[in-house]
Design a protein around this ligand. Structure first.
Ligand SMILES: [Zn+2]
Length: 240
């Protein structure tokens, strides 16, 4: 067989194993998926509670400010009441007092309500934080477990990548770039065996003349349908 074809077949073997390992590594085990989901749900709830808590604290500040202002105005109005000169003025101040009293009263109630809410959120957030931390720790542990499980695969992958680097040096640049192009377009499989005039990549029959050319083994040939490199082997038993 053409030396270049032999090297390409070897490269394809490396690439197949790399793809296999990468798929296995990308696969998230159920236990880790569950941990992630659990953690994300808690995180979301925690963030929501925290946002609401902060909104309540901010609202409390606003209400408190307004409450203090109204209280000051109320004090002022009460003092003014003793200095009024006529009944018309007196009525006007009374009316002002009524409004201010109502405002102060409303805001007091509002503050009570907000304080209660804030207290509840604080309690909730405390509980959530411990649950959240627990879930986080579990997630870290599960990730570690997954990494442990994948350790051998990761090591093999590193070895294969180094091996690949050496292997590509044995192949002509133009052939290699063609190989890469086909591999990307054709689901990682760029070089295939031709059997009974049929490309085993796309299972289309090739023209008889091309089959003869492939068998002659002088130049690298490509399948006219899927563009994969083709090679011919007499003995089927030799396959892998
Ligand atoms: Zn084909």
């Amino acid at each position: 067989m053409l030396n270049e074809l032999v090297e390409l077949i070897h490269l394809q073997k490396i690439d197949n194993r790399i793809a296999e390992i990468e798929t296995a590594l990308a696969n998230v085990p159920t236990y880790l998926k569950e941990s992630m989901e659990h953690f994300e749900t808690l995180e979301k709830k925690y963030n929501e509670a925290k946002a609401e808590y902060e909104a309540n604290v901010a609202e409390k500040e606003t209400v408190e400010k307004s409450y203090n202002e109204n209280k000051a105005l109320l004090d002022k109005a009460q003092k003014k009441l003793s200095t009024v000169k006529n009944s018309k003025e007196y009525e006007a101040v009374l009316k002002e007092l009524d409004i201010l009293k109502k405002n102060v009263n409303d805001e007091e109630l509002k503050l009570l309500d907000l304080n209660e809410k804030i207290e509840n959120y604080e309690k909730n957030i405390e509980e959530m934080t411990s649950k959240y931390n627990e879930a986080k720790q579990k997630l870290e542990e599960d990730k570690k477990r997954r990494d442990e499980e994948n350790k051998e695969l990761v090591e093999e992958l590193e070895k294969l990548k180094a091996e690949r680097e050496e292997q590509v040096k044995k192949i002509k640049k133009s052939t290699l770039s063609k190989y890469e192009r086909i591999r990307k377009a054709r689901n990682n499989l760029a070089i295939v065996r031709i059997i009974d005039e049929t490309c085993t990549g796309c299972y289309m029959k090739v023209p008889p003349q091309l089959f003869v050319e492939v068998k002659k083994n002088v130049h690298i040939q490509q399948c006219p349908n899927c563009q994969r490199f083709l090679y011919y082997k007499e003995d089927e038993q030799e396959e892998n």
